[in-house]
Design a protein around this ligand. Structure first.
Ligand code: TYD
Ligand code: MG
Length: 453
């Protein structure tokens, strides 16, 4: 008999060690090690590695393009890069209660209608609970098969016998393989189960959706190991207080990352928001200081969002800088540029920055907007409500060109903006100004002059 070995694995990153440790040397998490039993198994017996493939010339391989199936929800297709690829394995993460199960039930009901049977495996809810949700969403179909099961081998056996158009696992933390003795939800179990599902997806050519829980820090629990295995990682985000939900692509082997789909949670499920720009600036107060609109690009989609700044005198000692929706360090850097290059002294001022609607903007094209909003609030001078801006700001106060200027201008013009303040480098290369009055600016000072604040 072979000896049973145990290893201690970090539950945050999957690092394995023969001994327990207080701090993970790999990811730095504290108290994250759990004991997992490793049963030595021969690779052959699992049947995973014993299919031998022959090499074939690239030119002889067909397919690739036009092999996408719609999920029936446009915003969902968009984040997937234009539809579902057969055999793809997609991980959807998000806070509890954000609407992951709702989104997938709505998507599978469309797929069941169009392309045939869908298997919805639930380890979290009973079939009755799923039925209750389906009734609320007015979903009913013979083609949606509900399976309350948590053993991965059984799931794959059952799925293998059916002709499926999709398989949903709700959630990956509740399923486990009998080959391992550690508890469901541990790193080893998650990794093994996901790997088995991946082999199933590729072999049966069926798209597989995995629902994943996130940890308190917001990463998918069990995790980075999982993100490597799957083809696509989507995050479902949003404030519990707001009805808006954003589905964001974090990784995608078949399309752009950072693509977003916008939904609203209503009493009868999620509905798609086709024109999010209008939504994000709809409640904008006009002619108030500290508010401005930036034209940003999320994935491949232009998005106009309202950016707000509040600058007020510090009451106790050290000034506070807070940012929501934009990188905190970037805000500090821009404040330093303002001090040094534009002579605006914020030393005794608290500065708060917020992107309205719970959105997060990562691209540096928002720099010029942040600067304009701060000055506008500092000087108590509103920015014209028909003006929008974009541009990256460098450390010497220069305004640098950004990608896809025309796409941004076009979207703003569609919504009814009149004046654009953009980097000179972009302005010089414009082929079309979409009826806008475009001002190309070289540095922060020129931008301030043009905004008239
Ligand atoms: P759910 O899909 O169960 O979330 P998750 O699977 O991510 O944990 O959705 C839960 C929340 O959504 C719950 O608080 C109720 C709300 N909800 C609606 O507002 N409208 C609806 O039609 C449905 C089905 C749920
Ligand atoms: Mg759920």
């Amino acid at each position: 008999m072979s000896k049973i070995k145990t290893v201690f694995q970090c539950q945050a990153c999957g690092y394995a060690s023969p001994k327990w440790m207080g701090k993970c040397p790999d990811c730095g998490a504290w108290n994250s090690f759990a004991e997992e039993r490793q049963t030595p198994k021969s690779l052959k017996s699992t049947g995973r590695y014993n299919t031998v493939s022959a090499p074939q010339p690239l030119s002889a391989i067909t397919g690739g393009k036009d092999k996408r199936n719609s999920t029936g929800i446009n915003e969902f297709d968009r984040v997937l890069g234009g539809g579902l690829v057969n055999g793809a394995i997609i991980l959807i993460g998000g806070d509890p209660g954000i609407g992951k199960s709702t989104l997938l039930l709505q998507a599978v009901s469309k797929m069941a209608e169009k392309s045939g049977a869908v298997l919805y495996v639930s380890g979290e809810e009973s079939p009755e609970q799923i039925k209750l949700r389906a009734e609320r969403l007015s979903i009913n179909s013979d083609n949606i098969l509900i399976l309350p099961e948590t053993v991965i081998e059984n799931i794959i056996n059952i799925a293998g016998d059916l002709k499926l158009s999709a398989l949903v696992i709700d959630s990956i933390q509740t399923v486990y393989t009998e080959e391992m003795t550690s508890a469901p939800g541990s790193v080893g179990q998650i990794r093994e189960s996901a790997a088995k599902l991946m082999f199933f997806a590729k072999r049966a050519n069926v798209p597989v959706f995995l629902i994943g829980h996130v940890t308190k820090e917001g990463a998918i629990a069990g995790p980075r190991v999982l993100e490597h295995i799957v083809d696509t990682v989507l995050y479902f985000e949003g404030d519990r207080g707001h009805p808006y939900r954003i589905l964001r692509t974090v990784k995608n082997r078949f399309g752009a990352t950072n693509e977003i789909g916008v939904f609203e949670m209503t009493d009868n499920g999620l509905i798609e928001i086709k024109n999010p720009s209008e939504l994000f600036i709809s409640e904008r107060p006009l002619n108030v200081s500290g508010s401005t609109v930036i034209a940003s690009i999320e994935g491949t989609r232009p998005l106009l969002v309202e950016l707000q700044a509040l600058v007020s005198p510090t009451t106790f000692g050290i000034p506070r800088r807070t940012s929501m929706g934009v990188d905190f360090n970037r805000v500090n850097l821009l404040i330093a540029v303002l001090e040094k290059k534009a002579g605006i002294h914020l030393g005794g001022m608290d500065v708060f920055i917020n992107i309205v609607g719970g959105l997060k903007i990562i691209e540096p094209a928002s720099d010029l907007g942040i600067i304009a909003a701060i000055i506008s609030s500092f000087r108590e001078m509103p920015i014209d409500s028909k003006t929008f801006l974009f541009g990256e700001v460098g450390l010497s106060g220069e305004v640098r060109a950004v990608a896809q200027a025309e796409v941004r201008l076009k979207e703003a013009s569609r919504i009814g903006f009149k004046n654009a303040i953009i980097p000179k480098g972009n302005a010089e290369r414009l082929k079309n100004n979409f009826g806008l009055i475009v001002a190309g600016v070289k540095n922060v000072e020129e931008a301030i002059e043009n905004i008239k604040i």
